[in-house]
Design a protein around this ligand. Structure first.
Ligand code: HEC
Length: 110
């Protein structure tokens, strides 16, 4: 019985709790006209492999610069460059991992 309660509790926790990606990325990106999915596709087109996409994303999240941005000039003129993200290493990696898992399937189908 206790096991069942724990199982149900754990499941509920996973379904309802926001993960690092929802908390740190989606919340802010909701305000932007270009979707996170579209931005992911730009990364996939430019960096292609899983490892290089993740490395490039992590680098940009820490050090966003216009020169390395994948976004169109017009977008950057309007919305500017984002602020470097101040979340700890583990959370950033978790967020990028979930970001990758969320869109890589669609990326392959393109
Ligand atoms: C406080 C707001 C904010 C948060 C938090 C945020 N972003 Fe962004 N992000 C932006 C803005 C604004 C841009 C567009 C300007 C730019 O590209 O620098 C952007 C651009 C991007 C881009 C395109 C980068 C490029 O090359 O220009 C990606 C990919 C991205 N964000 C992913 C993420 C992920 C993943 C997270 C969470 C770990 C995240 N963002 C958190 C505001 C945010």
């Amino acid at each position: 019985m206790v096991k069942i309660i724990i199982a149900v509790f754990t499941l509920t926790f996973f379904v309802w709790s926001d993960n690092a990606y929802e908390r740190h990325c989606v919340s802010c990106h909701r305000e932007l006209p270009t979707s996170l999915q579209r931005m992911f596709m730009y990364y996939l087109e430019i960096y292609s492999g899983e490892k290089s996409v993740k490395v490039a994303l992590k680098r940009y999240m820490r050090n966003p610069f216009r020169d390395v941005s994948v976004m169109p000039e017009l977008f950057l003129d309007t919305y500017g460059i984002k602020q470097p993200l101040k979340l700890d290493e583990r959370e950033l990696e978790e967020a990028i991992e979930i970001y990758w898992e969320t869109y890589q399937v669609h990326g392959r189908l393109k």
